[in-house]
Design a protein around this ligand. Structure first.
Ligand code: PEP
Ligand code: MG
Length: 574
């Protein structure tokens, strides 16, 4: 039966392929049946993965860095205890024997049963321990996937697969960067959640907030995913399929055409130069940055180096990552944002997740209460500055004490490098993200004390409108065009201009070609976005005349009538 589902299109493009239902194990888990003759081998493979995971955890526990958070050791002990429990180490083997399924699938099924039992526990603390079960299982799954078993002959690796999940975390998305999917669709999630941001950076058509896709779609159903309009068509008939194949081709042609813009200069029709920078999450994103011809990296979300692992990256490990990006950019600026963990990016070793994590110990707040962690990262960033043009960007600043403490920490990291005789750029620029309304309202102060500002509109909108950016039930209220939001952006841009400090926008608004002219009209001259959108934005820049768009942008800024907003935006984009 053919039917369609409607959600939020978070990353454009059209994909056609077969549904692959994700296990709630939060990692992609293959499912297949094994020939009887391979069962003993599969059981041995499972035992080996348990042993390898135990060895890994013990090794981690024996080598905890001195500055690691105090919780890390207790956390590793608990994971070792779960790993030794027969519910994890033995029960999946019974499933393998009884159902002839592969070890990954058996383990994922057992994990789901355990998580369901934890869900029934009333005590909040004990109930939240299900997260630890999931993390231990993820470790074993990783070990298993490093040593795959005999695959059934009927697996079709050539057909496009579309991942269907109830929910995906940003950490899951990082894993999917290495597994080929043509698209993904989820029941939960908002358009500016970090999961959606990663989907866009992977240029993968995606639809979120479908509510019950995981329940309605079956494995191997044929799907059309339209990531622009937010539509998923399940088991389409021939005519619909043909129509979407045409649209898919047109999309590819348009994307190819844009590539011609890569090397030309970026300026408006009246000759004003516009800086177009890239946002990245991982070192491997450098290729996309180069392919888009970006002027540099305007936002390196360094916290992704800290996800999907139970230990902390060492100073050297971080240094190597920052250095790799810096050297690859050959003198172009690389803006490394200091750790922004918390909210929807939780590291397994982090602090207990608060009831309201977006307002909790997140970003610079977390770094300031974990001085060892911050010091290590600052040293790594500073050392990388010896290899090119590095800038430091501090997320979520809200008050003056935080700013003063942060600058102090940077000075301390510099002093310690001097003592160790290690080189760094002593004049390194330090910028602050303006993403809390309080910071936007006092932007002049931040501009005076920093070298540059970068407006994080994703959070600025979230905090200004009190809308959780990852919660699809309030997604319709998440409004970049709200006059309060536009007013704060303009105020920040003016504060930068007043004291002669550059201001950029690095939130998702910067990568939305429909908003390029509006931002130009408000005075923005530096955009940072995921590279997949850069050439579309450049195309808009090249077609814009600042004199024409300025007055219209001001009208939009003052408009409080939601009915008129679309008309005004339409006029700006003619
Ligand atoms: C933002 O908030 O706009 C931003 C760029 O940071 P992040 O999306 O990583 O929170
Ligand atoms: Mg932010």
């Amino acid at each position: 039966m053919s039917f369609s589902l409607h959600g939020i299109g978070v990353s454009g493009g059209i994909a056609i392929g077969y549904a692959h239902l994700a296990s709630s194990a939060r990692v992609e888990v293959p499912q297949y049946m094994l020939d009887r003759q391979y069962i003993d081998e599969e059981l041995a493979r499972f035992d080996e993965a348990i042993l390898a995971t135990r060895a890994d955890l013990e090794n981690l526990r024996a080598n905890i860095p001195a500055h690691a958070p105090a919780e890390l050791s207790a956390f590793l002990d608990m994971h070792l205890m779960f790993l030794g429990d027969s519910m994890i180490a033995e029960a999946p083997k019974r499933l393998i024997r009884e159902t002839q399924c592969n070890a990954e699938w058996a383990l994922a099924q057992q994990m789901e049963a355990l998580v369901a039992r934890f869900e029934e526990i009333e005590d909040v603390y004990l109930r939240s321990r299900q997260e630890d079960v999931v993390q231990v299982v993820q470790r074993v799954l990783k070990a298993l996937m490093g040593h795959p078993s005999h695959l059934p002959l009927d697996v079709d690796f050539d057909s496009e697969r579309i991942l269907v999940a109830h929910e995906l975390t940003p950490a899951d998305m990082v894993i999917f960067k290495n597994v080929h999917f043509a698209a993904f669709v989820t029941d939960l999630g908002g358009a500016t959640s970090h999961t959606a941001i990663l989907a866009r950076s992977m240029a993968m058509p995606s639809v979120m907030a479908l509510h019950n896709a995981r329940g309605l779609i079956r494995d191997h159903d044929l799907l059309i995913v339209d990531g622009r309009d937010g539509v998923v068509i399940v088991n389409p008939d021939e005519a619909v399929l043909a129509e979407y194949r045409l649209r898919q081709n047109q999309w590819r042609i348009d994307t190819d055409k844009l590539k011609r813009l890569k090397s030309g200069k970026s300026a408006t029709l009246d000759g004003t130069a516009i800086e177009l920078m890239a946002n990245i999450e991982l070192v491997s994103d450098i290729d996309a940055v180069k392919a888009a011809g970006a002027h540099g990296v305007g936002l390196f979300r360094s916290e992704f180096l800290f996800l999907n692992r139970d230990d902390l990256p060492t100073e050297d490990e971080q240094y190597e990552a920052y250095k790799a990006v810096t050297e690859a950019l050959e003198g172009k600026p690389v803006t490394i944002r200091t750790l922004d963990l918390g909210a929807d990016k939780q590291a397994p070793w982090g602090h207990t997740v608060a009831d309201n994590p977006a307002l909790g110990l997140r970003a610079i707040r977390l770094c300031l209460v974990e001085p060892g962690l911050f010091h290590t990262q600052l040293r790594a960033i500073l050392r990388a500055s010896n290899h090119g043009h590095v800038r430091i960007l501090v997320p979520m600043l809200a008050n003056f004490v935080e700013l003063r403490q942060t600058l102090q920490r940077i000075d301390e990291a510099k002093a310690s490098l001097r003592r160790d005789g290690l080189k760094f750029d002593d004049g390194i620029s330090v910028g602050g993200m303006i993403e809390v309304p309080a910071a936007a309202l006092t932007a002049t102060f931040f501009a005076e004390h920093l070298d540059f500002l970068s407006i994080g509109t994703n959070d600025l909108i979230q905090y200004t409108l009190a809308i959780d950016r990852a919660d699809d039930s309030v997604a319709h209220l998440y409004d970049p065009l709200h006059p309060a939001v536009l007013g704060l952006i303009q105020q920040t841009l003016r504060a930068g201009a007043k004291v002669g400090k550059p201001v950029s926008v690095c939130g998702e608004m910067a990568g939305d070609p429909l908003l390029t002219r509006l931002l130009l009209g408000l005075g923005l001259r530096s955009f940072s976005m995921h590279p997949a959108n850069l050439l579309q934005v450049k195309q808009q820049v090249l077609r814009s005349h600042l004199d024409e768009i300025g007055p219209l942008a001001q009208k939009l800024l003052k408009n409080t009538d939601p009915e008129k907003t679309a008309t005004l935006l339409g006029r700006l984009n003619v």
